[in-house]
Design a protein around this ligand. Structure first.
Ligand SMILES: N[C@@H](CCC(=O)N[C@@H](CS)C(=O)NCC(=O)O)C(=O)O
Length: 217
């Protein structure tokens, strides 16, 4: 059977692309990758060739193309992971789904003011009051999930929730956000994944720079 194809953006910047990419990699699913360099001259043509909605990520499986990071992860879960992308426990699964929905629809200030930029590392970054509110909410949420599940991942085993919060872990690292010790350990655990390291290596090899995503202190 033909391998699925994941259509993604720049590894340095495309936070939504990282979620399904990491999920596929962590579960050892074989797939092909098509990378569309965002906001370049080639982007419109490549988007119209490979995506139904002019955005990434998209997963193509035979003649099916599924778009939007959350729908892509849910498709991966049912099609390739036999449902193992979520824990079996209904309560834990539901809390995980709520956390992922909150990420997918929220944290707008954090996403705007701390864009994902995996290859950079700032010293002296100061979050605005509103960005700090997003950060504080994420801290409370991670604490709740880790306490309930017992860790080491948000829902116990690695799940869609960790894939969705990996771009946040990456941002916390890039912008040097201060965290309670146990959550710094969680971030370090995400960053230490071989799969995340592979993404980082690829991001470092990319030549494109998107000025709007480069925060100036
Ligand atoms: N809600 C969508 C958002 C996707 C999205 O905004 N992707 C960005 C890259 S991270 C994109 O394709 N931008 C291209 C554009 O806006 O033209 C998802 O979760 O997948």
């Amino acid at each position: 059977m033909a391998k699925p194809v994941l259509v993604i953006g720049n590894k340095n910047y495309s936070s939504w692309s990282l979620c399904p990419w990491l999920l596929l990699k962590q579960f050892g699913i074989d797939f092909e990758e098509i990378r569309i360099p965002l906001f370049t001259e080639q982007m419109p043509q490549l988007m119209s060739e490979h995506t139904p909605c002019n955005k990434v990520p998209v997963i193509k499986d035979g003649d099916l193309a599924v778009w939007d990071s959350l729908a892509v992860c849910e498709y991966i879960n049912l099609r390739f992971l036999d449902g193992k992308g979520w824990p079996e426990d209904l309560q834990l699964m539901s809390l995980g789904r709520a956390a992922v929905a909150e990420m997918h629809s929220g944290f707008l200030v954090l996403r705007h003011e701390l864009p994902m930029n995996v290859r950079r590392s700032y010293t002296g970054f100061k979050a605005s009051e509103n960005a700090q509110k997003d950060i504080d909410r994420i801290i409370a949420l991670w604490q709740q999930l880790l306490e309930r599940s017992g860790g080491p991942w948000l829902l116990g085993e690695f799940s869609i929730a960790d894939a969705f919060y990996a771009p946040v872990a990456s941002r916390f690292n890039t912008y040097g956000i201060e965290l309670p010790e146990n959550l710094q350990a969680y971030v370090d655990q995400v960053l230490a994944l071989e799969t995340y390291q592979e993404w980082l290596r690829d991001a470092r090899a990319e030549k494109e720079v998107i000025p709007e995503e480069e925060v100036e202190l």
